[in-house]
Design a protein around this ligand. Structure first.
Ligand code: HXC
Length: 260
């Protein structure tokens, strides 16, 4: 499939890579770009040769936000009746894990896009922030909600109400990103592809179950989450991969996954 605003690739076994590609606009997330991103993610989610996906941008910008030039003349009726940015939520409904490999600016909608992913890896140059307040609005792609769950109320309030940026190290200290990839480990994209490859080498059905269970921690109560986890865990005993994984351990050999 040919896309205009993104590049797609399969850089390693089981791994799909999507590169946001509007470099001159610092990967501003226009509606056409987001439509292509959703289409590519949906296609890889269905692709049996893919076990995990990576989204990245350029070295200078993961994404500098929603496209301000596209938004600036919209009316309330436009955004409400067209459900503006509602399709952004599709990323959070994918079965397979999505890793954000962030270099440079991840601002506004760019920060929110990273937060919708399952894992965030940052380069030392990564800069996160929700600068919407400085253009007369607030985050609309989940920033206030996802950040509050990840870094807490006080920090989320500060970022949302001042628009100040956060460095990669600060984001790591706050638990917003898994880690900052040091230069000697290569680029953040290389590290993300390697991580995605590790995930893709596991039982797909167990990976999907793990993702579902962790996501349950962000909904409802702890008691409900614990029940959900246990039910999903119990359910895995109906899979061939549970039999294979445990038999392989007992027989001191590598498992051969059936992904079912
Ligand atoms: C449209 C953008 C853009 C954006 C950058 N550009 N960000 N275009 N929407 N979000 C364009 C610039 O207009 C410029 O185009 C080119 O990219 C390069 O940007 P510069 O500003 O010249 O680069 P620099 O001076 O290095 O500054 C980088 C920057 C700045 C600090 C990231 O671009 C910036 O502040 N961008 C806006 C960040 C922002 O407010 N994001 C939140 C958007 S609101 P030209 O044509 O002049 O070369 C949002 C709402 C989310 O995301 C809620 C809905 C999901």
């Amino acid at each position: 499939t040919q896309y205009e605003f993104i590049l797609t690739d399969k850089p390693a076994d089981g791994v799909a890579l999507i590169t946001l590609n509007r470099p001159k606009a610092l990967n501003a997330l226009s509606s056409p770009l987001f439509k292509e991103l959703n289409a590519a993610l949906a296609r890889f989610d269905e692709d049996d040769t893919v076990g995990a996906m990576v989204i990245t941008g350029s070295e200078r910008a993961f994404a500098a936000g929603a496209d301000i030039k596209e938004m600036k003349d919209k009316t309330y009726a436009d955004v409400y009746s067209n459900k503006f940015i509602e399709n952004w939520g599709e990323i959070a409904r994918l079965r397979k894990p999505v890793i954000a490999a962030v270099s440079g600016y991840a601002l506004g909608g760019g920060c929110e896009l990273a937060l919708m992913c399952d894992i965030i890896l940052a380069s030392p140059t990564a800069t996160f922030g929700q600068p919407e307040i400085s253009i007369g609005v607030i985050p609309g792609g989940g920033g206030t909600q996802r950040l509050a769950r990840v870094i807490g109320k006080s920090r989320t309030m500060e970022l949302t109400l001042t628009g100040r940026n956060v460095s990669a190290d600060e984001a790591a200290a706050w638990g917003m990103v898994s880690r900052v990839v040091p230069p000697e480990e290569g680029t953040v994209v290389e590290a993300a592809v390697k991580l995605a490859g590790t995930i893709a080498s596991k039982s797909r059905i167990a990976v999907q179950a793990g993702k579902d269970a962790v996501n349950a921690a962000y909904e409802g109560t702890l008691a409900e989450g614990l029940v959900t986890e246990r039910r999903i865990f119990h359910g895995l005993f109906a899979t061939q991969d549970q039999k294979e994984g445990m038999a392989a351990f007992a027989e001191k050999r590598k498992p051969v996954w059936k992904h079912q």
